[in-house]
Design a protein around this ligand. Structure first.
Ligand SMILES: Nc1ncnc2c1ncn2[C@@H]1O[C@H](COP(=O)(O)OP(=O)(O)OP(=O)(O)O)[C@@H](O)[C@H]1O
Length: 352
């Protein structure tokens, strides 16, 4: 038997969890944005640069910087309290900052003469008069902004609210209020759209509709920023992700790039002989980790070498393939240290 297969049963294998380094690999694309591209984005999309804001002792924004490009859905994700809503309020001129700038098509919100023609937003779907019908709410908004009344019926149709448009908005479900809020955001046919947690209160059918709708807005060339604290809501919707935590950007990259960067050179091995496989591969110098009932990940050895070692040591396995983490796994790893409120550790974990 080869020497590397003769490993004492008592030898311990350190299950090394591969840490994703927040920053570097993910942000490379963002940092390498050329001056020409930056000028194009700032002329058409949304630019957030170096925002810093305190609420008393809380540092809500700590140098928040990113761009929202036209033609893309940008997911704005992060744990509770990461600074997503505050950033959006700053873009809309509702909150002041101590440092930094937020620009829409190269201008501050307050410098826009007809803001709804430049940016549409949904911050709080419940901010409406409960006694007014959805249609009247939109008519009032259109009138106050000098927009044509016919636009109201167009946006009602766009968001699928025709059957409920003449009913009192106070009786709407949260999902219907979200649709009404999006209709309001689209009144001015703006090139940029910013929606805070639009999936909130949506049933599964509504979520599917919302995903398709957001994608269609981007396909029309709009810059679309969508916040969420749930990865499952933005996956299959966003082209680009800005992951934030504790008031700053942790990662800013395309969805495919994020997954590729997070997979590193890890290889997944499916085996029912996990302990034996981990010993053999660790002995050969690899970092190994158990990631499921019958799956381990291996860093530091090529798939061919892994197959060779396991065969040589007669360790049974059914599959060796490059590891591809889910977007949810990537997100959880990136935001692990930025979660403001953690679930309490179960007592048995503490006792160990
Ligand atoms: N008006 C306020 N007064 C005091 N603190 C505030 C205020 N608004 C936000 N904060 C604090 O600023 C930080 C950022 O909050 P923000 O609402 O922007 O986060 P978020 O990412 O939108 O979170 P969530 O996903 O829970 O909506 C949090 O610590 C929050 O408690």
């Amino acid at each position: 038997m080869p020497r590397r297969c003769q490993i004492p049963g008592s030898s311990r294998v350190a299950a090394t969890a591969t840490r994703l380094e927040p920053g570097a690999a993910y942000n490379r694309r963002h940092e390498s944005i050329s001056n020409r591209e930056f000028a194009a984005v700032s002329a058409q999309g949304i630019v957030v640069a170096g925002l810093r804001k305190r609420y008393g002792a809380t540092l809500a924004l700590d140098g928040m910087s990113f761009t929202v490009r036209p033609g893309l859905v940008t997911g704005f994700v992060g744990p509770n309290g990461a600074g997503k809503s505050t950033t959006m309020r700053v873009v809309l001129g509702l909150d002041a900052v101590e440092e930094g700038t937020a620009l829409i098509e190269g201008r501050r919100y307050r410098g826009l003469r007809h803001p709804l023609n430049h940016i549409g937003s949904l911050l709080d779907a419940s901010a409406l008069h409960p006694g007014r019908s959805g249609r009247d709410h939109l008519l009032w908004l259109a009138h106050s902004q000098g927009l044509a009344a016919r636009r109201v019926d167009q946006v009602i149709e766009q968001v699928g609210l025709i059957p409920a448009a003449r009913r009192k908005a106070g009786g709407y479900s949260l999902g219907m209020r979200q649709r009404l809020g999006i209709a309001a955001a689209l009144l001015g046919d703006p090139p940029a759209v910013m929606l805070d947690e639009p999936f909130n209160g949506m049933d599964p059918e509504g979520i599917v509709w919302m995903r398709g709708f957001l994608r269609s807005l981007a396909a029309q060339g709009r810059a679309v920023l969508v916040s969420s604290h749930l990865m499952s809501e933005v996956q299959d919707t966003a082209d680009h992700l800005v992951v934030v935590g504790r008031g700053k950007v942790i990662a800013d990259a395309g969805v495919a790039d994020l997954i590729a960067a997070a997979s590193g050179n890890r290889v997944a091995v499916r085996t029912t002989a996990g302990t034996a496989a981990m010993r053999v591969l660790a002995q050969a110098g690899a970092a190994v980790a158990a990631v499921g009932r019958d799956t381990i990940t291996v860093t530091g050895l090529s798939p061919d070498r892994i197959v060779g070692l396991l065969n040589e040591c007669t360790v049974a396995f059914s599959e060796v393939s490059p590891h591809r983490p889910t977007l949810e796994e990537v997100y959880l790893e990136l935001t692990r240290e930025a979660v403001e409120f953690r679930t309490a550790t179960p007592p048995e974990e503490v006792a160990r």
